[in-house]
Design a protein around this ligand. Structure first.
Ligand code: CO
Length: 461
């Protein structure tokens, strides 16, 4: 039996270990080799990569994508998309969503893995349609989480609905690395009876379950697994590619991986990884096994965010209290899976609840929008007292919020004007207005002068 391997080093692995700060120039030379390994797909683009290119790396994310495509013509390029929220943190109008999908495919993406933080399928409908229209693969990911309102029957129903919407394949997205070998075996077995669509498994090594869970998923019939080349594997990243390939091949599965090329990839990335650890870009903390997530159900990325948030606030001694507040906030909100943007929204609220001394005394704008139904339907029941306290007499909406948004493309184009040089620039601007604008200005200055500059010089005051 054939098992496909999706390599995550260019996206999730570096996102999970080093906050997506790897510049194209650091990995460009290995791209032709990555193209020869024989991966099912190469995950290389997504919300954090896009944001980080513009914000920190002074790179045009579209240009990065085109360069990867040019060097990897034989391997499917994969991106992660937050459904109606695209690469951002709030829903965008339909015209923007469609244009973004079209341009992503035009610039080189072959597989769009689409998810919605609430598994509300209204938020992914247009992206599936548009992806299929441009003949790319629309892979829909269900966000895996455990709670009193999540069970196998829900997931089975969800997958039936996703198939009916026209998805090309299904992924189980376990962003927290909490799925256990037993749970994944049961879930994959049930889903294989539900659908003929290829089934992909995405997990993290954070809690140490990763290798075991991937193997059990394969035994239950999963078709493709996500892994990271060993030098960038483990901890908050994915289980190691090589380890899974060797284990699976010996068990009689074919991965189609060229072992020699795979080793070459690892030998390229190992010194880079060591360099990032030395410079502090990679903290040893994210490389170990952390089992707190099994108790608190908090994804690795969210843990490190909470830590840095509390450090900034000089309140790291409250970490344990905040960690214990997270599941309580999550319960109040009807058990949303903790994935972007819900992980940020819940994390900030839990921090506020602990630090201010009175729960929900301060709430973010996002919490108000969430309680108003703007992000979609909560998986479980929202605490009615909280909803009433925050919304007052206002009834939460039941329609699909994005349907009422005005078209955004023309307005965006007009607002950014000549600073945007392409359709792609306009999309960068619509999704990340300030940082895209700052990047466009910098780009102009850099081209005019070949003199050396510091980033700070071109920062907007
Ligand atoms: Co992930």
């Amino acid at each position: 039996m054939r098992i496909g391997i999706t390599e995550t080093v260019l996206r999730d692995a570096q996102q999970s270990q080093m906050a997506t700060r790897m510049p194209l120039s650091d990995f460009q030379d290995i791209l032709p080799v990555l193209d020869q390994v024989g991966y099912e797909s190469l995950e290389c683009w997504g919300g954090a990569t896009f944001d980080s290119c513009l914000r920190f790396l002074n790179e045009d994310p579209w240009e990065r994508l085109r360069k990867i495509k040019e060097a990897c013509p034989n391997t499917k390029l994969q991106m992660l998309l937050r459904g109606q929220n695209l690469l951002g943190y709030k829903p965008y109008p339909e015209d923007v969503v469609r244009e973004f999908v079209r341009l992503s495919i035009k610039n080189g993406i072959d597989v769009i893995r689409i998810f919605d933080a609430l598994n509300d399928l209204r938020n992914i409908k247009i992206t599936i349609e548009e992806t299929r229209k441009h003949e790319a693969e629309a892979q829909v990911a269900i966000c895996y989480t455990t709670s009193p309102v999540h069970n196998i029957e829900n997931y089975v129903q969800l997958v039936k609905d996703i198939e009916n919407m026209g998805a090309s394949s299904i992924a189980i997205k376990d962003m927290a690395g909490v799925i256990t070998p037993h749970e994944v075996f049961e879930l994959v077995s049930a889903l294989k009876e539900t659908t003929k669509l290829p089934l992909h498994i995405h997990t993290h090594s954070t809690t140490g379950m990763g290798f075991m869970s991937l193997l059990k998923a394969v035994e239950a019939g999963a078709d493709v697994i996500d892994t990271a080349i060993s030098s960038f594997s483990g901890g908050t990243s994915q289980p190691a590619t090589e380890t899974m390939v060797f284990a699976l091949e010996q068990l009689g599965y074919q991965t189609g991986i060229n072992i020699k090329k795979m080793a070459e990839v690892d030998h390229f990335f190992l010194p880079l990884h060591q360099q990032y650890v030395k410079s502090g870009l990679i903290s040893p903390y994210v490389l170990g096994t952390r089992t707190d997530a099994l108790n608190y159900k908090v994804p690795g990325g969210m843990l490190s965010n909470l830590i840095s948030q509390l450090k900034d606030l000089n309140a790291i001694d409250r970490f344990k209290e905040v960690l214990e507040e997270v599941p309580l906030v999550r319960k109040d909100l009807g058990y949303p899976p903790l994935v972007t943007p819900m992980s940020q929204i819940v994390g900030v609220q839990a921090t506020q609840n602990v630090l201010s001394g009175k729960r929900y005394q301060n709430v973010s704008k996002e919490i108000v929008s969430y309680l108003n139904g703007e992000y979609g339907m909560a998986p479980g029941e929202i605490n009615p007292d909280l909803q009433k306290e925050i919304l007052g007499d206002q009834e939460p909406i039941t329609y699909h919020f994005a349907n009422k948004l005005e078209n955004g493309l023309d307005a965006g184009k007009e607002k950014i004007g000549a600073l945007a040089r392409s359709e792609e620039d306009v999309l960068s601007y619509i999704m990340f207005p300030q940082i895209a604008k700052r990047f466009f200005k910098k780009r102009k200055k850099i081209e005019k002068n070949t003199v050396q500059y510091t980033i700070e010089e071109w920062e907007e005051k």
